[in-house]
Design a protein around this ligand. Structure first.
Ligand code: NAD
Length: 472
């Protein structure tokens, strides 16, 4: 399988996709090592994970270099890789606290004479299927808490961005206890399907369309599937907000990582009284944003990681313009040195029937709707098949009241897309944006346990006679 370089457009890397036999063999190896991993206990696993964090730090520059080629961006790659040891340490510490009081207690049952004890047993083999937009973050975000819980973990990164795996494997190899229970398999859809057939629990991050296929395969295998899917996140700006600050916020929350983020702001609702000042600032600041070409160390925007994404975003903009939207900034993908880039694109006079307002865009596009009544803004924000996250900007109390009426899993107040950096707030995606327990907060680890109940009779078991027919 040839892999495209998003900056040059060249097919300069190759992987051999793992077929079902290879996936099965890796899964069997991990399964065989998992009981010893679970037997280490929380403190033992935390100690191994600490050595993993140190190994990632030792290999950080090589991982960053590979991820930079995978994604065509350097600063975000550095943030991703430098954040990984923090994630590992956070789960190692929090996991020990969570597991400390989990088992060992006993409670009387509501049924007289019965005593209850329980055990939490980690699913033996956890599996993750990750997308290409934040390859390192999203390949490990669920695997680390699963490992801390006591599972072995098998991860399939996206075939679009597989280069970081080689230096990650070098880091993992330095921690043999971890290497025994943590592995990657490379490949596309077929490898993903094989993984689902080989694991006991699957976490999928990706598009809603693929998420349905993963859910179907998981249903056939009768394993739980956690799905983290697409979004069409709205930002509502309230009349009490500062329009200039709100415009800067909307720009950042919408175009970071070239808008290739599930929690990107993809629709903005602004009150009429603030619209002029808001749009003036947004358009001026949007025009200043630079692609990171020719120097990767200068500029705010990387290329589209997937070339087809540029066409998809362009088609949405063309559709909006054909239906009467007006363009205030940006508008077209441009090819620079073989990569596809797009400057921040600001659209007004947008309507709900336009693809750019209904479908996930995954590009640096900011469609702005002017509203007169906040109830209308809330209704428009909720009129989406997605319910991932949202943002409200304005006086805090008022913003909280509006947030409570939004159909989304996590709402940023006076900021945008905060779920990209705040990982300890439990939240459940709504509608077509996901399914299953929260990956954030304590639930992110606690979901990886099966519960075993010990139901202890301390009195006299019922005799068969208690069930005898008693006549009419
Ligand atoms: P995608 O759905 O195309 O692919 C995701 C992964 O699924 C890849 O590893 C791919 O190889 C694998 N895959 C493809 N077909 C499969 C199949 N039939 N069976 C099993 N696995 C299969 O997603 P993408 O284009 O890589 O990523 C972008 C999408 O991810 C966007 O929709 C975005 O919103 C979403 N996303 C969601 C979150 C979140 O937390 N909710 C985070 C990041 C990205």
């Amino acid at each position: 399988m040839k892999i495209r370089n998003p900056r040059t457009g060249e097919l300069d890397h190759e992987i051999t996709p793992a077929g079902p036999a290879e996936v099965g063999a890796v899964a069997a190896r991990l399964r065989a090592a998992q009981p010893a991993w679970a037997a280490l206990g929380p403190a033992g696993r935390a100690a191994v994970l600490e050595r993993f964090a140190q190994a990632v730090e030792r290999h950080a520059e090589a991982i960053i270099a590979a991820l930079t080629i995978d994604t065509g961006r350097h600063a975000v790659s550095r943030i991703e890789v430098e954040g990984l040891p923090r994630t590992i340490r956070r789960w190692a510490a929090r996991g020990q606290q969570l597991m400390a009081g989990l088992d060992g207690g006993e409670t009387p049952s509501a049924v007289p004479g019965i005593l209850l004890k329980g055990r939490h047993i980690a699913y033996p083999l956890f599996g993750a299927i990750a997308p290409w937009n934040f390859p390192v973050v999203l390949s490990h975000i669920d695997a680390i808490p699963a490992l801390m819980a006591g599972c072995a973990a098998l991860v399939k990164p996206s075939e679009v961005t597989p280069r970081f795996v080689v230096p990650m494997q070098a880091a993992i190899a330095e921690v043999p206890e971890l290497a025994a229970v943590f592995a990657y398999v490379l490949g596309g859809a077929e490898t993903g399907q094989a993984l689902i057939g080989a694991v006991d629990y699957v976490c999928f991050t990706g598009s809603t369309a693929t998420g349905r296929k993963v859910a179907e395969a998981a249903a056939r295998a009768l394993i739980p599937a956690n799905l983290e899917l697409g979004g069409k996140d709205p930002m509502i700006i309230l009349p009490g907000a500062d329009p200039v600050a709100a415009a800067r916020l909307a720009l950042r929350a919408s175009v970071v990582a070239t808008g290739q983020a599930c929690q990107s702001i993809e629709r903005v609702y602004v009150p009429r009284a603030l619209a002029e000042a808001f749009l003036a600032e947004l358009t001026a600041r949007a025009a200043e944003v630079r692609p990171n070409w020719p120097d990767i160390n200068v500029g705010e925007l990387g290329p589209f990681i997937l070339a087809a994404q540029a066409e998809k975003v362009a088609a949405q903009i063309d559709d909006a313009l054909a239906r009467g939207a007006r363009l205030l900034a940006g508008g077209k993908p441009e090819q620079l040195g073989g990569g596809w880039y797009m400057r921040p694109t600001v659209l007004v006079d947008v309507t709900a029937d336009m693809a750019v307002m209904a479908e996930e865009t995954f590009g640096p596009v900011i469609p702005v709707t002017v509203y007169d009544d906040v109830d209308d803004a809330i209704a428009m924000a909720n009129a989406s098949v997605y319910g991932l996250s949202a943002a409200v900007v304005g006086p805090q109390r008022e913003a909280e009241a509006v947030a409570a009426r939004l159909e989304a899993g996590a709402i940023s107040i006076n900021d945008g897309a905060l779920t990209s950096m705040v990982w300890d707030a439990t939240n459940s995606s709504q509608k077509l944006s996901g399914l299953g327990p929260s990956r954030m907060g304590d639930e992110g680890l606690l979901r990886f346990f099966r519960k075993q109940a010990l139901i202890i009779q301390t009195g006299q078991p019922l005799p068969l006679a208690a069930y005898a027919e008693r006549g009419a």
